[in-house]
Design a protein around this ligand. Structure first.
Ligand code: MG
Ligand code: ZN
Length: 439
């Protein structure tokens, strides 16, 4: 990390919102894969957002009740050459202060002893229960002791609140430095899709395409795939979370690829493209593809301030249902088909999600009755699809599906930034028109 000032600006904003409370935000821990091997380390996104510190098991305290210069405390794994020789470099307490801007840093094993003192005078504790099994008992014990003391001094309220609302509201609107990173993640991801499509030939295996995509992510300096890459030929594309990726690619079928990279600082791309394996759409494939593309384009155009994720979804859904009516795959009237979910055997997911440090990023979609309005700086995916197979029952009153449509699964997904002047499609370099996909 070169420029750490965005992290300190985020801390200032977070501290301001804590208004008298103390927040405890733990880092992620390593997770065992098998025997004595761990999964690759993945930092907790909240912790990363506020610190930029990429080691496991640390704990950050944000003490809004303390004076300036005593508000950001880091507990970190201590420097230990005999452990670092096995597992790699640690910054230690000195690095936590000098490189990461902590006001004070302690070795992690002092956390249980020092927490009570730091919490003293706070008007509440912001800590997410149920997520941090190592830290939680220490926090709860400390809270209980503070409650006992508070009761004796006549002040009975010491709320334990979730920090998520405050923090996730901040994370939902990306700052300019974050938008730059999102552009980079989308750019690398889009390049990988282009390379994959150009290489794809009948007779290859899904896994070979996965390898080409993920090789590009690593080649460009990303951490790797942001989520399990979906490389699904033919009917496999009708399984929404297909990740087996080990079937031959057949002449005359489509290939659906849903893949995006995660950068070293964790910003993610999430792109889906679907194209003919042999470079030519069949009549049925093209007919369905054009419906999905029209729905996607209409939905992307609706990503403007004042709209919301729900209105984007319904914009796409209306075009999908109209297209399915034209093709005879549904019958009835658009509005009532939508109200009755009569399309749900062909389209069974929502049209998008927030995107950021998490692939399905944090942030509310509704606040009570009201959908959250899109604002400049928010990033969301727009990803309608159609999936025609035998897996789900055709709803009563809807036409049975002819065999010629079956085994076609299509999704088109872009990453879209909300700006004052309209949608900016971060993943536009991955081509998607019918002409561009044919060869
Ligand atoms: Mg996706
Ligand atoms: Zn997605």
């Amino acid at each position: 990390m070169n420029d750490l000032s965005p992290f300190s600006q985020r801390r200032d904003r977070f501290l301001e919102q804590l208004s008298g409370k103390a927040a405890i935000i733990p880092a992620a821990s390593l997770v065992r894969h098998h025997a004595d091997c761990d999964y690759p380390f993945r930092q907790n996104s909240d912790f990363w957002y506020l610190t930029g510190f990429d080691e496991p098991d640390a704990v950050a305290l944000f003490l809004s009740h303390r004076p300036l210069g005593e508000r950001f405390i880091l507990f970190v794994l201590p420097k230990k050459p005999d452990i670092e020789i096995w597992n790699g470099f640690r910054w230690g307490t000195q690095g936590a202060v000098e490189k990461f801007g902590a006001d004070v840093a302690h070795p992690l094993d002092e956390f249980p002893n020092l927490l009570a003192e730091y919490l003293q005078g706070a008007e509440g504790i912001a800590f997410r229960v149920g997520k941090h099994p190592k830290i939680e008992p220490i926090v709860l014990k400390c809270w209980a002791e503070q409650l006992d003391r508070a009761q004796r001094s006549g002040c009975v309220e010491l709320p334990l609140v979730a920090p998520c609302c405050l923090l996730h509201k901040l994370r939902l609107r990306k700052g300019p430095e974050e938008v730059e990173r999102m552009r980079e993640a989308a750019r690398i991801s889009a390049e990988a899709h282009e390379i994959a499509r150009n290489i794809t030939r009948p007779g290859m295996n899904e896994r070979q395409i996965q390898a080409i995509i993920e090789q590009h992510f690593l080649d460009k300096g990303a951490r790797g795939p942001a989520y399990g890459s979906i490389v699904a030929g033919g009917d496999n594309a009708c399984v929404l979370h297909y990740t087996a990726n080990n079937a031959p690619l057949r002449n005359g079928e489509l290939l659906l690829i849903d893949a995006g990279c995660s950068l070293v600082d964790y910003y993610n791309g999430d792109i889906t493209r679907t194209f003919p394996i042999n470079g030519r759409f069949t009549f049925e494939q093209q007919a369905l593809y054009e419906v999905v593309l029209a729905a996607q384009q209409a939905a992307v155009e609706s990503v403007i301030p004042g709209q919301n994720a729900e209105s984007v979804h319904f914009t796409a859904l209306k075009v999908l249902v109209e297209g399915l009516l034209d093709l005879g795959l549904l019958k009835g009237e658009v509005q009532s088909l939508i109200e009755q979910d009569a399309y749900s055997h062909l389209y069974m997911h929502r049209t998008g999600h927030w995107l950021g440090l998490d692939v399905h990023d944090v942030g509310a979609y509704r606040l009570g009755e009201h959908p959250v309005n899109l604002e400049p700086g928010m990033v969301l995916t727009v990803e309608p699809g159609l999936y025609v197979s035998d897996r789900l029952r055709v709803p009563e009153g809807q036409p049975e599906i002819e065999d010629r449509w079956k085994g076609i699964g299509i999704r088109i997904e872009d990453d879209v930034l909300v700006t004052e002047t309209g949608p900016e499609v971060l993943s536009a370099a991955a081509l998607k028109s019918v002409e561009e996909l044919q060869k």
